[in-house]
Design a protein around this ligand. Structure first.
Ligand code: 9G3
Length: 576
């Protein structure tokens, strides 16, 4: 491709609201343009990368025997009413009417569509297992689209759905897809971790993993063990079992003592006032779970995990109650709430049970208790894991390692759905003994457009993007220093034709620009191999550079071509 023809204007500056490096670089390298908040045009360079990622995904999906199809974006509201999800989602679900005033939704996902499709196409166990996938635009009206392709309102997703006759079949489909995801992300040159995740509202009979690209911009926190391969989204990471206490431990506990603590409300104020550490304080928070107020008690240095509370209470909506709700319901000002003599229902985090003598609110303005002994004072309250794990605490799996935190970008998510949708939508098949059974399903997503940003977040330097060969927009960037020099252009044309004849993708910078501009643009766009044709061409020499190292070498033309062919031959590319 001749760069003088390419629709791609590079820029020195990114707009101020582009906070993420990947967002800045996608704009500056002339790969995307914003049409509206969270809605982007892929310019030719960006489109080429997107297509490469799609191809990697297609190859690995097809390798599992999954079949590609393409479903509509416009989905009749009736489907979502049948599955009960039309009312479950708020403004994030983009709704519209057709010319006959019939209700539709722009598909944020396709469980309803695929399940009703298979319902009408498949009715015998002989046709199972069946996995179908598509690579298609999804619509989710995010309240705050941000970070460019990382959180858009219209984005490209690969979504796959598996249909099996039983749980073992689902297990096979799930892990086969899991392995395919490992291959896909390795081939895209991404550093990632598969982490145990929360199944969220999508629910299903449990079992779900997220694939996280490690990057500081990531909105998710991963807790990963330093010793074994345990890794979980912080939402779900289990806290290691505390040293289980026996009632005997509470025998020598001192009696409760009320202490006057005027205006002492926060953990830090209390710790300072009582000359103790947060670990010796019991923190009482009030959660509103489906309009019911529940007091949750965690150790002073721990954070509550609302998702764990939500699952424990089997609630649909869980939020932190606000202070007037709290003082209205408990008659106590926030800051003096405590578990002892608490009128609200109590959930006690397991780590609190391990405390021997603690300080807690006395449920009276300006008073706290000391010598609270949970085993003695909170014996019959509901106990469980209601907190976020902390960095450095022991691994709940191997007990030897410690949990380390990492930020991650969710680029993939695999779920065991079970019969959640096949039941609701009555999608059934006849099993081998002729009985009617609902399909056992799984669903598997990859954020295709999000991968461009994830790769850039991990593979850039101060001058621009460093594309892995596997998904780079072109393989070789040919740069003649001066297009006015016929000799240079002759050599450039020879190299261009030769490389193309080898199936190598070449971008020829034939623009009438100063060398410095050409080099800056080449650094920005990040094509893996660069060959510069300058004055040494008279002696049959060219400058060979690999974008990753930016190390320049003067080579004979033949040698440079050989090096280029080696550098881009995908088969030897070591998986990251
Ligand atoms: C909605 C809206 C947003 C949504 C959903 C539905 C996320 C929704 C979860 C999934 C689960 C899997 C198949 C591919 C992999 C992910 N956001 N989810 O169901 F109506 Cl507005 O999409 N779907």
């Amino acid at each position: 491709m001749r760069q003088s023809r390419l629709l791609s204007t590079t820029g020195r500056e990114a707009p101020a609201d582009a906070e993420a490096v990947s967002h800045q670089l996608l704009l500056r390298a002339g790969m995307i343009r914003q049409l509206a908040a969270g809605i982007y045009t892929y310019l030719p360079l960006g489109r080429r990368v997107l297509r490469k990622v799609e191809q990697v995904i297609r190859e690995e999906m097809d390798r599992t025997g999954a079949q590609e199809l393409l479903m509509p974006a416009m989905q009749p509201a009736e489907l979502w009413k049948e599955s009960g999800r039309y009312s479950q989602y708020g403004p994030e679900l983009i709704r519209l009417q057709d010319r006959h005033n019939r209700d539709f939704a722009l598909g944020p996902t396709h469980e309803e569509v695929i399940t009703t499709l298979v319902r009408s196409e498949i009715n015998s166990y002989r046709r199972l297992p069946l996995t179908l996938y598509q690579i298609q635009t999804k619509y989710r009206d995010e309240r705050r689209p941000r970070y460019g392709l990382l959180r858009g309102r219209e984005f490209l997703m690969k979504d796959a759905y598996s249909f099996d006759m039983d749980a073992d079949g689902l297990d096979r489909s799930y892990w086969q897809m899991f392995e395919a995801y490992n291959r896909i992300f390795n081939r895209c040159g991404i550093r990632f971790r598969a982490v145990e995740a929360d199944a969220g509202t999508i629910g299903g009979e449990g079992g779900t993993h997220e694939f996280m690209a490690l990057a500081d911009i990531g909105e998710d926190t991963i807790a990963a063990c330093s010793h074994c391969d345990y890794a979980a989204n912080l939402e779900k990471a289990e806290s290691g079992p505390q040293r289980e206490k026996s009632v005997a431990d509470s025998v020598d506990a001192q009696a409760l003592e009320k202490v006057h603590t005027p205006g002492i409300r926060t953990i830090d104020e209390l710790a300072a006032f009582m000359q103790i550490r947060p670990e010796e304080i019991i923190k009482t928070l009030v959660i509103k779970a489906d309009d019911q107020l529940v007091a949750v008690v965690v150790r002073g240095d721990h954070e509550i995990n609302e998702l764990k509370v939500k699952h424990y209470l089997k609630a649909t909506d869980v939020t932190l109650a606000d202070s007037e709700e709290i003082s209205l319901a408990s008659g106590v000002p926030v800051g003096f709430l405590g578990p002892v003599g608490q009128s609200l229902p109590l959930l006690i985090d397991r780590a609190v049970v391990g405390m021997e003598t603690a300080v807690a609110g006395a449920n009276e303005a300006d008073y706290h208790y000391r010598h609270v002994n949970p085993l003695r004072d909170l014996a019959n309250d509901r106990m469980g894991d209601f907190r976020n794990v902390k960095e450095g605490e022991p691994c709940p799996r191997c007990k030897q390692g410690t949990l380390m935190f990492h930020r991650g970008i969710e680029i993939g998510h695999v779920f065991k759905l079970g019969t959640k949708y096949s039941e609701k939508l009555d999608a059934r098949f006849l099993n081998s003994s002729g009985q009617d059974q609902p399909f056992i399903m799984g669903c598997y997503g990859i954020g295709v457009s999000r991968i461009l940003s994830a790769v850039i977040e991990q593979q850039h330097d101060e001058w621009g993007i460093v594309w892995p060969v596997s998904i780079a927009p072109y393989h070789v960037h040919l740069i003649p220093i001066s297009i006015k020099n016929d000799r240079h252009m002759e050599v450039a044309q020879q190299l261009y034709d030769h490389l193309l004849s080898q199936g190598i993708e070449v971008l020829l910078d034939d623009r009438d620009e100063r060398p410095g501009v050409k080099f800056k643009d080449a650094d920005l766009i990040g094509i893996p191999v660069r060959i510069v044709i300058g004055k040494d061409a008279e002696q049959g020499m060219v400058e060979y550079t690999e974008r990753r190292t930016l190390r320049k070498e003067l080579l004979r033309i033949g040698e440079a071509l050989e090096r280029a062919r080696n550098a881009v031959s995908l088969d030897h590319i070591s998986e990251v």
